[in-house]
Design a protein around this ligand. Structure first.
Ligand code: NAD
Ligand code: UDP
Length: 325
């Protein structure tokens, strides 16, 4: 446990997902007790299988759109599909998960006095006209486009968080996550890092959508989880919103070339049609996170990609071995 830190009972909604499972792991390592609630829409039991032997860890199958009750002092609201193909598969369900999921988490916080931490997103800025994005930027979201179910759901959740804070005094933390990658992303989740690595490892065509000049700023998962651990322990005045991400910006086409080089792949890079409403540029201004949390990302892109490549390489070998059985 961190020295002097009081252990907590923590609810992690979406705890069987990519980010949620890393968070559960870190909370247990910090001495906390963890209730992991998930409906396994995009998460997997395997992500937390290694935690189930710990008596301080409990897995609960729960859709966060349905009411629930747990005696907790801290809530992480991470339940929502996050990859565009995942969240567009059931757009109405995605929007309701954000909105009703936020209400249920906030109501629990109100009943128990728990702190509640929201996994918001850089998507609240839409296709940003301000660059880099600061928290004061109000965004450029298309409410009727195919990304609206996710972007507007997350925007509405932020509204709910701040209304519960102002109206009922709920202790909130809103973190706007910028693209984060690392081990435990799904092979087929459709996000750029997983797609490129899996394609490269299999020497298949690497699919760049559009001309590849659009940019993203990629954060390694351990850095992001560290930021949330600090944020949850931060002073109650630190409500956010706070941008959490790595400001090192890269055009998608350069990312494809980098992954191909790091994997030693023979893949070709091919261009597919551009995605509707795809943000053209994205880079967080993280000065608020530095000031309020004393945080900055530490893992450079090549190092984070190398770890993620090792993870997918091992996963593909296991998957291929299982298929041969
Ligand atoms: P993920 O898909 O791996 O994890 C989401 C988890 O939520 C999954 O385990 C899924 O089964 C669960 N879930 C979805 N709907 C649910 C429901 N109705 N009830 C209960 N559980 C449900 O995605 P992730 O990358 O780990 O994202 C976690 C959170 O962080 C999401 O809220 C996402 O919007 C946010 N976020 C992630 C990123 C990123 O780059 N990874 C960026 C911005 C925001
Ligand atoms: N992208 C791509 N090829 C892929 C997957 C994604 O060129 O196989 C692009 C996508 O169009 C976007 C960027 O990579 O410009 C990031 O996409 P991702 O789905 O990972 O995240 P988001 O769009 O939510 O930032």
């Amino acid at each position: 446990m961190a020295s002097g830190a009081v252990p907590r009972v923590v609810l992690v909604n979406g705890g069987a997902g990519f980010l949620g499972s890393h968070l559960c792991e870190r909370l247990l390592a910090a001495g906390d007790t963890v209730i992991c609630a998930d409906n396994f829409l995009t998460g997997r039991r395997e992500n937390v299988a290694h935690l189930t032997g710990d008596s301080r860890f409990r897995m609960v199958e729960q859709d966060v759109r349905n009411p629930y009750d747990f005696d907790v002092s801290l809530i992480f609201n991470f339940a929502s599909p996050a990859s565009p193909p995942d969240y567009q598969r059931d757009p109405v369900g995605t929007l309701l998960t954000s909105v009703i999921g936020a209400v249920n988490a906030l109501d629990l916080a109100r009943r128990t006095g728990a702190t509640v931490v929201q996994s918001s997103t850089s998507e609240v800025y839409g296709d940003p006209l301000q660059h880099p994005q600061r928290e004061s930027y109000l965004g450029n979201v298309n409410p009727i486009g195919p990304r609206g179910c996710y972007d507007e759901g997350k925007r509405c959740a932020e509204t709910l968080f701040f209304d519960y804070h102002r109206k009922y005094g709920v202790d909130i933390r809103v973190g706007r996550i910028f693209n984060t990658y690392g081990p435990r992303m799904r092979l087929d989740d459709g996000r750029v890092v997983s797609n490129f690595i899996v394609q490269a490892l299999q020497n298949k065509d690497m699919t760049v959508y559009g001309d590849g000049q659009q940019t993203r700023s990629l954060c390694y998962v351990d850095d992001l989880v560290e930021a949330f651990m600090r944020f949850a322990r931060a002073d109650g005045r630190s409500t956010g919103p706070i941008n959490l991400g790595n400001p090192a910006e890269i055009p998608v086409i350069h990312l494809a070339e980098l992954v191909r080089e790091l994997t030693g792949s023979r893949s070709r890079i091919v261009h597919l049609p551009a995605v509707v409403d795809d943000p053209k540029q994205r880079r967080p201004d993280i000065s608020r996170a530095a000031e309020e949390l004393g945080w900055a990302p530490r893992v450079p892109l090549t190092a984070g990609l190398a770890k993620t490549i090792r993870y997918f390489d091992a996963l593909l070998s296991r998957t291929e071995a299982d298929a041969r059985k």
